[in-house]
Design a protein around this ligand. Structure first.
Ligand SMILES: Cc1ncc(COP(=O)(O)O)c(C=O)c1O
Length: 401
């Protein structure tokens, strides 16, 4: 009668809009392992695209969700919710002093809100233009698409939302030249994810910070992918030592339970006033319970230390592997956001890995992107290196080397 995947694929084709084309179906997960509908085990170095950072079905998060969902799931933000301010406090106390948080449900929604906040801040002085970076990715809503530095995502959805322009990443002169009297904010990912695991230069960021201070421009940091421990620090900016004015987060904040957040530092913590912004599901007791469990794990389980340790090990081992193949240009990244940069599309390598039961990703066409759970063991890392080594050999043959 066909596998569960085949039956589901038929229904998917009939009833689900074809924005994705899944080729495989996972039915269970634990830590850095996934199992498909036929019982095959996979090593997961994608973590739901940097979402399940504590691994699948983390005990703390599962227990918190189970407990909270038998007490109260949702009440509306019209009523006080004990857990939301507790979570906001935990986030602020670990980042920008004097900051405040708005909770929502996804990365795009967080960025959309951050854009609104920047416009409201700037409009007081007649400024509402935002400069973002080439190759950036900020989401699929209309305003976040306008901020995204890849025109292909906007194609077919014209007209573009006005008030955005892009400049090359890590090019301070280009950025400085693009500033106009209308500029209210500069928006960037300190480590670009979708664009190809591309980090900002610290010196560049320092100059951007100084420029923002000089001209009263807000520095907006999209930490949706690179934040929440992924680089080995709780917030991505802490790795670079340059403070933004506003941070967005989502993906890993509740280890797979949908949540997004905008954290505005002191300068713009009170820009949003009563009824300025809202979200029906933003910061429900259930989402906050999951996110608080993630914060507990950061405080108590050595997650960040493990991320640094395994990240270093993997980057060194991958660089060593890469030396054997002329099509591997370099290995870059920080913590457990790692890119092996090829001189050709990386999708073939991702497919070979999947056949060998390892889930990995590509980014920016030519980069093999690894964003495993931050809780991986040394044995997981060693298995990944073994599988990538084998996959590179197969890929080399396929490519005629
Ligand atoms: C840096 C960054 N910003 C925003 C988003 C959009 O997040 P979401 O898909 O939750 O809307 C993503 C998603 O990949 C991202 O990587």
């Amino acid at each position: 009668m066909g596998t569960l995947f085949e039956k589901t694929a038929g229904r998917f084709k009939s009833y689900v809009m074809p924005t994705y084309a899944p080729q495989i179906m996972f039915v269970r997960g634990k830590d850095a392992r996934l199992w498909d509908d036929e019982g095959n085990e996979y090593l997961d170095f994608a973590a739901g695209i940097a979402v399940c950072s504590l691994g699948h079905c983390n005990e703390r998060v599962t227990a918190a969700i189970q407990e909270q969902c038998s007490k109260l799931v949702h009440v509306s933000n019209l009523y006080m919710n004990e857990l939301m301010p507790l979570l906001a406090e935990r986030l602020v106390k670990n980042s920008l002093p004097g900051g405040k948080v708005f909770f929502c449900n996804s990365g795009a929604e967080a960025n959309e809100g951050m854009i609104k906040l920047a416009r409201k801040y700037g409009n007081k002085t007649g400024r509402n233009h935002i400069i973002s970076m080439d190759n950036s990715f900020h989401g699929r809503t209309l305003a976040t698409l306008a901020a995204t530095g890849r025109a292909k995502y906007r194609k077919g959805f014209e007209p573009d939302v006005p008030g955005f322009s892009q400049v090359p990443f890590n090019d301070f002169e280009a950025l400085e030249a693009a500033i106009t009297p209308q500029t209210c904010a500069i928006m960037l990912e300190m480590l670009q994810g979708e664009g190809g695991v591309f980090p900002a230069d610290v010196e560049y960021l320092k100059k951007v910070r100084a420029l923002c201070d000089e001209k009263d421009i807000l520095l907006l940091c999209d930490e949706v992918q690179c934040g929440m421990g992924r680089l080995g620090t709780r917030f991505a900016y802490q790795k670079f030592g340059v403070e933004p004015d506003v941070i967005t987060m989502a993906k890993a904040i509740a280890n797979g339970f949908p949540m997004g957040a905008i954290l505005a530092g002191k300068k713009c913590a009170d820009v949003f006033e009563i009824a300025n912004h809202a979200s029906t599901f933003g910061g429900t007791p259930l989402a906050c319970a999951a996110a608080l469990a993630v914060q507990d794990a950061f405080d108590k389980d050595g997650v960040l230390e493990n991320c640094e340790r395994e990240g270093e090990f993997l980057r060194a081992a991958l660089a060593e592997l890469g030396k054997k193949y002329p099509f591997v240009k370099t290995v870059r990244g920080m913590g457990l956001m790692i890119g092996m940069v090829l001189d050709r599309p990386a999708s073939g390598l991702v497919s070979i890995l999947l056949k060998d039961k390892m889930v990995a990703l590509s980014a920016g066409e030519t980069v093999l992107r690894l964003v495993p759970p931050l809780t991986i063991t040394r044995a997981d890392s060693e298995l990944a290196i073994e599988k990538i080594g084998k996959a590179l050999e197969v890929f080399a043959k396929q490519e005629g080397f």
